[in-house]
Design a protein around this ligand. Structure first.
Ligand code: PLP
Length: 410
């Protein structure tokens, strides 16, 4: 089989072959097989080092194996890792209290993956709609955004506008109204008396780091208030420092009713997600109505508490914002030199490469050869989301590599 993988080392080819034959083909990874990682860097099975500018799709905001997070995990591994929600554990309470306090909300519903947080947010919004708003049984609607990405469950892909994400997976859950992102008038027009919530990413990550027009999130807030609907901010990717702020919504001066968190909440060590809201909303859940075997396990909560501690240090976000300024300035220099447009939100960038130079994947493959890992999103758009612990020099190295790749392709 290795003959089908020219140019790869025997070790890399072995892993590629095993994945090709035995791992479902739901991803199309670059031929880089990571064996170790530390901070902003990963090392492959052949000992080559790469700067990780994808950072686990923002799950590794604090870099690989952050010492404080690894230490928290080790300490917890030596105590207890999983109980059962049939009993209490001494980690979930402190974690929920700390996260709720960090976000200035009352309560946390702990789950595992980002998609589960979104599903849970949808369930909570519907139940709130029936019990608090008085919407007629089974009539609740939720407005969602075209181009949005919220995960891969059947309900979530059912309201996706990406044909690859939804094709072949129907029938889908009803009750969603898709509206254009960034268009407050369209949202206002789509609200119905049965609309219980508006679910949106404050910055659309998978769509290519699409930042909405100024004033849009505040307009969404006003529309929700007028309609008596919950504003549900999916900050699974945009939250916890990715934009240089704790929450992208709050950085626009807007407070959502419900925050959905995931990815970086688990420190790149464990899957950990959360729905964070006030008791008036999350209080609609009663025993037996929602749950998860692993949700709230002590290992995840111990790591999550350490993540909250990191985020409470203002230096983390200050550094992230300064990285964002460096990234924006350096990437802007590439516009007109192989780059058509750049969008940034802190150290998070969507880069539209001139499609005449090649696909996003071509660019990412060439970047990997130069020791930088990045990911294409759609067509010729790349996303850079380096760990927040990277240095300005490391970001400069990534942008230099991109400039060199684009020059080679021109
Ligand atoms: N929501 C957003 C905004 C995301 O970007 C993602 C994943 O990329 C998800 C939800 C789903 O998270 P997970 O892959 O952990 O289910």
């Amino acid at each position: 089989m290795t003959a089908t993988l020219p140019g790869l080392s025997p070790e890399t080819a072995l892993h590629e072959d095993l994945m090709e034959r035995h791992s479902a083909h739901n991803y199309h990874p670059l031929p880089v097989v990571v064996a170790e990682a530390e901070g902003a860097w990963v090392t492959d099975v052949d000992g080559r080092r790469y700067l990780d500018c994808l950072a686990g799709y923002s799950a590794l905001n604090f870099g690989h194996r952050h010492p404080a997070l690894v230490a928290a995990a080790h300490r917890q591994l030596d105590r207890v890792t999983l109980t059962s929600r049939a009993f209490g554990n001494d980690r979930i309470g402190p974690f929920c209290a700390a996260l709720a306090q960090l976000l200035d909300k009352d309560m946390v519903l702990v789950m595992n993956t980002g998609a589960e947080a979104v599903e849970s947010g949808i369930k909570v919004a519907r139940k709130w709609g029936y019990e608090v708003r008085g919407v007629a049984h089974d009539r609740a609607r939720i407005a969602v955004m075209a181009g949005g990405f919220h995960g891969r469950t059947t309900t979530i892909v059912g309201f996706s506008t990406d044909p690859d994400a939804r094709g072949g997976f129907g029938p889908f859950t009803p009750g969603f109204d898709v509206v254009p992102y960034g268009d407050a008038d369209a949202l206002a027009a789509a609200m119905t008396p049965d609309t219980v919530g508006v679910l949106l990413e404050p910055v659309q990550g998978e769509a290519g780091v699409v930042v909405p027009p100024p004033g849009y999130l505040a307009a969404v807030r006003r529309i929700c208030d007028r309609a008596g609907a919950l504003m549900i901010a999916d900050e699974v990717q945009s939250g916890l420092g990715r934009t240089g702020h704790l929450l992208a919504t709050r950085s626009a001066g807007v407070d959502a009713d419900v925050y959905l968190l995931g990815k970086a909440l688990g420190g790149g060590i464990v899957p950990l997600s959360a729905v964070v809201a006030d008791e008036a909303v999350l209080g609609v859940l009663h025993p037996g109505q929602h749950g998860s075997t692993f949700g709230g396990n002590p290992l995840a909560c111990a790591v999550g508490s350490a993540v909250v501690d990191l985020l409470a240090d203002p230096a983390v976000l200050t550094h992230a914002r300064s990285l964002g300024r460096v990234l924006a300035a350096r990437l802007d220099e590439l516009v007109g030199h192989g780059v058509v447009a750049v969008r940034t939100a802190g150290p998070w960038a969507g880069i539209d490469v001139d499609p005449r130079l090649g696909s996003g994947r071509d660019v990412c493959t060439a970047l990997a050869r130069r020791g930088v890992l990045a990911k294409d999103t759609h067509g010729a758009t790349l996303r850079l989301s380096p760990p927040l612990v990277a240095t300005a020099d490391e970001l400069a190295l990534a942008v230099d590599a991109l400039a060199a790749v684009l020059a080679d392709l021109r």
